[in-house]
Design a protein around this ligand. Structure first.
Ligand code: UDP
Ligand code: MG
Length: 316
């Protein structure tokens, strides 16, 4: 099978017939073999009934239904596990992404040998309240990850099968799949300008909280991908630094006190000086960070995934 199209959906019943027909038209025209995997992420409308009806007529359609709403990342992760195609696509169910883009994305993966190609909604049809924070979000992600994409959160993306089979998307991490992929060694990341439409039916499923969560996720994904296997390097470095500063200050305060006493000069009480409290805090914080580092090492030592390296090829 050449293509798998993974579509997470939450209450998108009206869009599904149009979407699946459109995909079929585009791909059959070009003689490509494909499957469409619709993941119903706990819809409360009749999305699942619609999927069942559509699948009766179209053998290329597969459906997975969650027992409740787990979120887009969970739906994508399950879709990735189920996908059988050489190239795996993700796309939103709300008809904002156009299936006409699929063949060119497919070509970029198979011929240009990209690991991942992300869509770029250069001309977006969304309200300003969404496009402006998105710009900030993309800028920050570009800076931290070093990946030069304009539109990290675009729902329309294409992957070489190896990528989706080796990464795990959890929490709200669907916004950072290119970042996760890069940190797993998939460096050929491309971009294609894609058509974007206004939402035709239904309403958006994400509010402004997406930006708060988005930044927190970026912080944790950066931390996890750099230090998951060696947390002590993170906590230990900061801890030693803080402890060291605290010790220097303490020595300074002690030395000064003695020197003044030795020369019979009147000295201030140690506890009268702001520096004393700074030294105290620095030492305590340093020790705490160190302890956090040890604990993190122990947790990771007992974790089930201590040595899960991704092997690209083996000889003999
Ligand atoms: N979606 C989902 N689970 C959720 C929220 C959203 O599967 O908990 C799906 C939704 O049905 C759509 C896609 O994720 O197919 C993108 O959502 P939406 O169009 O609401 O996001 P926006 O385009 O506003 O960023
Ligand atoms: Mg949408």
């Amino acid at each position: 099978m050449e293509l798998s199209i993974v579509i997470p959906l939450l209450n998108e019943a009206e869009s599904l017939p149009e979407l699946t027909r459109w995909i079929a038209r585009v791909l059959l025209e070009r003689g490509l073999t494909y499957e469409v995997i619709l993941i119903d992420d706990g819809s409360t409308d009749d999305s699942w009934e619609v999927i069942e009806a559509l699948a009766r007529e179209d053998t290329a359609l597969r459906g997975i239904r969650f027992n409740r709403n787990y979120g887009k990342s969970a739906a994508l992760n399950v879709g990735f596990e189920a996908a059988r195609g050489r190239v795996v696509f993700t796309m939103d169910a709300d008809l904002q992404d156009s299936p006409e883009e699929l063949p060119e994305l497919y070509r970029m993966i198979t011929e240009d040998k990209f690991d991942l190609v992300s869509g770029w909604k250069q001309k977006r049809f969304d309200p300003l309240s969404k496009t402006l924070p998105t710009k900030l979000f993309n800028g920050a992600t570009r800076m931290i990850s070093g990946i030069r994409l304009h539109d990290f959160n675009c729902g329309l993306k294409a992957y070489d099968q190896r990528v989706v089979k080796s990464i795990e998307v959890y929490g709200e991490m669907h916004r950072y799949i290119p970042v996760i992929a890069k940190w797993n060694g998939f460096r050929r990341i491309g971009e294609k300008v894609v058509q974007h439409q206004e939402r035709k039916y239904g309403v958006t499923k994400f509010g402004l909280e997406r930006f708060v969560y988005g930044f927190l996720d970026l912080a944790s994904i950066t931390f996890v991908s750099r230090f998951r296997r060696r947390p002590m390097h993170f906590f230990g470095t900061l801890g030693s630094l803080s402890f060291f500063v605290g010790m220097i200050l303490t020595l300074w305060l002690t030395g000064e006190k003695w020197w003044l006493a030795y020369h019979n000069l009147r000295a201030r009480d140690v506890t009268d000086q702001p520096l004393f409290f700074l030294a105290l805090v620095a030492v305590i914080v340093g020790v705490q960070l160190f302890l956090a580092g040890f604990l993190a090492e122990m947790v990771q030592l007992n974790g089930p995934r201590r040595n899960d390296y991704l092997v690209r090829e083996t000889l003999k």
